[in-house]
Design a binder for this molecule. Structure first.
Ligand code: DGJ
Length: 573
């Protein structure tokens, strides 16, 4: 009878909440789109610093600035310890303040559940839980040292975490069902074991000796062709065994410890995700601290939702939609490529706050059909209309109808350049498009005076044959027929006026042995700065067929500007 009443209560709860949310994920071609209020949406976000949503005054003073910066979404911690200071008593003052401030400032919200784990540690678990370490046990190192990390193997930890998380989700479902302000939820924050690659508590040891769950073994067999290369290699190293304990199947090393630990973190997260789904069914993701700078598991937070562990996380946590990278290290292009996979859309919940983030946003939307990007500690950024991030976000907001229309259709490229990576060649139809950093034109003194080059980048969108949109900052493009490029005559250095320097000679077609020109060339028919309207149509702003396109030789956007340019090419012989 009690069971029946409980199930009825659960049904009522699900019926009243689970379809109220106004955001979801949807496939379009090869892209996964975030749908918000019925429209595809790109998160032009920012994540608040850890302590910036801890009192109503801070929330009130920060949110208007975020609107001035042009964000459409703010990522905000939901702190377990402040929400449940006394066991079983919940206080949603901060959550409510976030919702009202977000609505007043036309922002969507992604809540970050700072529950059992925050950057590996359990620092946002309430004090009553931290102190009661007998009931809520810790993870242990191999030497038996207890850590300030709640054990993922403790049912008591899970129950306490889950109860608080469920209370949060119910509160959001009630407070948000009309507005749909909350568009995603992050579960925990940068989960991972530190000091050692896995937990050595008694419960963990028992599980480590047990067989690898059948569920995972059959996942590996079924998905053998598409496994992450590192997972495939690890499994292959022991001869693709179909059963056995963790060390039998994967070998005895810390990377096996990491796989084991990832399985249990992901199982724990899956239970929280199911709780969320049954209450308020918004997209869910988990974020990862990177395994960068040559570190090994335990030096970096072992077993988090890292790219090389995607198969473990997917199998154990099917209710999680996205594994999301937090990017603080060099090698941005390489990191983002690791997280845009056939089975994982790219969403960047944290990236170091710099003036280059605007350009980086262009790159990930153009190259990887990203769902969104969000510099960390965003309230410390500039809200000046001249700031690169503000200008970049404003241009991307304008581009959103076009980007969302063409996502996943294979017609967009992202461009990204710095002082090391200066050029990219794109072959499209019968064209060779050479894209470069703006400072490869030597005309700006900063290009050669030892100044740090600001990153340049953008989106190249093909609207039709011989018709493109270029949007972004700090790039220059040249278009040539591929046959024309193949004739590759020695390139002459031209001045800004387009004239040859004294002593340079135009050799082509002369009677000195240079072959005669063959085939068509392509030229810039028109280069127009345009505005993108809300329905994706273009409005003409100004023509740039003179000095601004080097009299028809290239299309460029200087490093200090963000622009949208409509390019029409033509052919001639
Ligand atoms: C990544 C974490 O997810 C954030 O909460 C914050 O601690 C930053 N690192 C600090 O750089």
């Amino acid at each position: 009878m009690r069971k029946l009443i409980l199930s009825l209560m659960l049904c009522c709860l699900c019926a009243s909440y689970s379809f109220a949310q106004k955001s979801s994920l949807q496939k379009q071609g090869t892209a996964t789109q975030l749908i918000v209020d019925g429209q595809p949406f790109l998160v032009l976000g920012g994540e608040l610093g850890n302590s910036s949503a801890g009192c109503v005054q801070d929330i009130e003073s920060i949110f208007p600035k975020l609107q001035r910066m042009g964000l459409n979404t703010v990522l905000v911690p939901a702190y377990w310890d402040l929400m449940e200071p006394t066991e079983g008593q919940f206080d949603f003052t901060l959550i409510d303040k976030v919702l009202t401030q977000a609505r007043q400032n036309e922002l969507k919200v992604i809540f970050l559940w700072f529950g059992a784990w925050k950057n590996s540690m359990s620092c946002y678990a309430p004090l009553w839980l931290k102190q009661d370490y007998k009931k809520y046990p810790r993870a242990y190192t191999q030497s038996g040292k207890p850590l300030e990390i709640a054990s993922a193997f403790s049912e008591a930890v899970f129950q306490a975490d889950n109860r608080a998380f469920a209370a949060l989700m119910k509160h959001i479902a009630e407070a948000d069902k009309e507005d749909g302000t909350v568009i995603m939820v992050q579960i925990e924050n940068e989960i991972g074991m530190l000091e050692d690659a896995r937990d050595y508590s008694r419960e963990a040891e028992k599980e480590f000796q047990a067989a690898v769950p059948k569920e995972f073994m059959s996942y590996l067999q079924k998905n053998k062709k598409t496994l992450h290369p590192q997972m495939l290699k690890k499994w292959e190293s022991q001869g693709f065994k179909k059963e056995g304990n963790w060390q039998t199947v994967f070998g005895a090393d810390i990377y096996t410890d990491e796989i084991f630990m990832a399985w249990h973190y992901a199982k724990y997260v899956e239970r929280l995700a199911q709780t969320a789904r049954s209450i308020y069914n918004v997209p869910l993701y988990v974020n990862a601290a990177m395994n960068s700078r040559g570190r090994i598991p335990g030096q970096y937070p072992s077993a988090g939702p890292l790219a090389h562990l995607i198969d473990v996380w997917h199998c154990a946590s099917p209710s999680i939609d996205i594994l999301a990278p937090d990017l603080y290290d060099n090698g941005f292009v390489n990191w983002v490529a690791q997280y845009k996979l056939h089975n994982n859309p790219l969403f960047i919940p944290e990236i170091r706050l710099t003036e280059n983030d605007g350009v980086r946003a262009f790159y990930v939307f153009g190259e990887h059909d990203a769902i969104g990007i969000s510099p960390f500690s965003i309230e410390n950024g500039s809200d000046s209309p001249q700031s690169a991030l503000v200008k970049g976000y404003a241009t991307l907001k304008e581009m959103m109808p076009l980007l969302t229309r063409y996502q996943g259709k294979g017609v967009m490229k992202g461009l990204f350049f710095d002082s090391e990576n200066k050029e990219r060649i794109i072959n499209d139809d019968d064209l060779t498009i050479t894209a470069r950093h703006f400072f490869t034109l030597p005309w700006d003194p900063r290009a050669k005076d030892g100044s740090q080059w600001p990153e340049g980048g953008g989106i190249l969108l093909k609207l039709a044959k011989n018709e493109y949109i270029l949007a972004g900052s700090g790039v220059v493009l040249e278009f040539a027929k591929t046959t024309e490029k193949a004739m590759a005559e020695e390139k002459k250095a031209l001045g800004e006026d387009g004239f040859l320097a004294k002593g340079e000679d135009a050799k082509n077609g002369k009677a000195d042995g240079t072959p005669r020109w063959k085939g068509a060339r392509c030229g810039l028919g028109s280069v127009d700065e345009v505005h993108v309207n809300a329905d994706g149509s273009l409005s003409y702003i100004r023509r740039m067929n003179g000095d601004q396109d080097h009299q028809g030789r290239h299309v460029r956007i200087p490093v200090d500007d963000f622009m949208i340019i409509h390019i029409k090419l033509y052919e001639y012989k």
